[in-house]
Design a protein around this ligand. Structure first.
Ligand SMILES: Nc1ncnc2c1ncn2[C@@H]1O[C@H](COP(=O)(O)OP(=O)(O)OP(=O)(O)O)[C@@H](O)[C@H]1O
Ligand SMILES: [Mg+2]
Length: 340
């Protein structure tokens, strides 16, 4: 346990056991079929959310992100390892821990549709011991902060999806928690709503000093929003580092060489210093030979000279050479699947 972290996961494992009854077996045609499956959803995951930071957790579908969020908020018990929130062991101090956490799970099911936003906030505030005038005042302030003041007295069922999502964030904040867990807060929202939510999350962290864990599939949001990024794939944490560092690790390494016609990338792969080569077409100009080259400056220089010499010997017209701007999306794809 480390004091610098508001949330800490230590060697966390989660194994789900599922049982299926009354399934028809296609081979035998029998209807009563019992099947037991074990799903290793999270494997020895270790990371922490520092105080006052926004940590993004990215990963493909089924990677284990929601499971992590649920384990932090005490909704799911880890099969092994410990989760600490504000220094408290979640399993041993569930009720105390819950006072420090505000969570928005996937979708907007936490919002009660026949009530108005203000009524929702009073209801959830009451459940968390924020009562009377205090809850009303805080509720109004939050609705104002998130841009829902004019919908304060409109039934939730008459709100748009983005407005409901904003309300879900207010509900998570009503008891003034120090840790906020947001599971895909911008999925399905339009550009304006996602941007508004992104700005609010930043404001919340910087001005109100919250520690935030956010899971998302939106790479643009993650790149702009998160101080650090953890990438999880098939239950394993592949990396967790500062967003800038993550982008830098993969910078300088990919070059796009635009040509007049399509080269065969295979021979280029065997040039020393070239780690990978592929041909891509983006419909803008001619085809591109995309090369991933060595980190080492000398090796890289040598490799590029050899590539150019080979292109020249093949009689190709070289239009442009550019260094590919590294985006989180590229980094993510390279870490989670074999792409250049
Ligand atoms: N209640 C459950 N019972 C059994 N298996 C589960 C349960 N919840 C999740 N899983 C399994 O655990 C794995 C991780 O699921 P999880 O919901 O954490 O993924 P995720 O990273 O949030 O994915 P997504 O991006 O699709 O939301 C999946 O293989 C899923 O099928
Ligand atoms: Mg999920």
């Amino acid at each position: 346990m480390n004091n610098e972290f508001a949330v800490e996961l230590a060697q966390i494992e989660k194994i789900y056991h599922t049982r299926h009854f009354f399934i028809k077996n296609d081979d035998t045609g029998k209807r009563r079929f019992y099947e037991r499956k074990t799903i290793h959803a999270v494997k020895s995951v270790e990371f922490g959310v520092r105080r006052g930071e926004i940590l993004g957790l990215l990963g493909p579908n089924g990677a284990g992100k929601t499971t992590c969020v649920k384990m932090i908020s005490g909704l799911v018990r880890p099969s092994a390892g410990k989760v600490f929130v504000e220094g408290m062991h979640v399993e041993k101090n569930r009720l105390k821990v819950l006072r420090h956490i505000g969570v928005v799970l996937e979708g907007t099911r936490t919002v009660i549709w026949p009530l108005t936003p203000l009524e929702n906030l009073c209801y959830f505030g009451n459940l968390r011991n924020v009562r009377g005038k205090v809850v009303k005042k805080r509720g109004k302030e939050l609705l104002d902060f998130i841009g829902l003041k004019d919908k304060m007295h409109t039934q939730v069922r008459r709100l748009s999806r983005g407005q409901r999502q904003r309300l879900a964030i207010c509900i998570a904040l009503i008891a003034d928690p120090s840790v906020i867990l947001l599971d895909e807060p911008t999925t399905g929202l339009d550009v304006q709503s996602s941007r508004a939510i992104r700005e609010k999350v930043v404001e919340m962290t910087r001005e109100l000093g919250k520690s935030v864990l956010v899971t998302t599939h939106d790479m643009h949001i993650a790149q702009r929003l998160c101080d650090r990024i953890g990438i999880i794939d098939k239950g394993e944490l592949i990396t967790c580092r500062r967003t800038d560092d993550l982008l830098e690790v993969f910078a300088d390494q990919t070059y796009e060489i635009r040509l007049d016609d399509m080269p065969d990338p295979v021979p280029y792969k065997s040039i020393p210093g070239v780690h990978d080569a592929a041909v891509e077409q983006d419909g803008v100009g001619g085809p591109m030979l995309v090369l991933r080259v060595s980190d080492d400056e000398n090796e890289r220089s040598e490799a590029l000279y050899r590539v150019i010499a080979r292109l020249q010997s093949e009689g190709r017209i070289l239009r442009t050479i550019t260094q590919r701007q590294q985006t989180l999306e590229n980094v993510f794809l390279r870490l989670t699947q074999s792409t250049i």
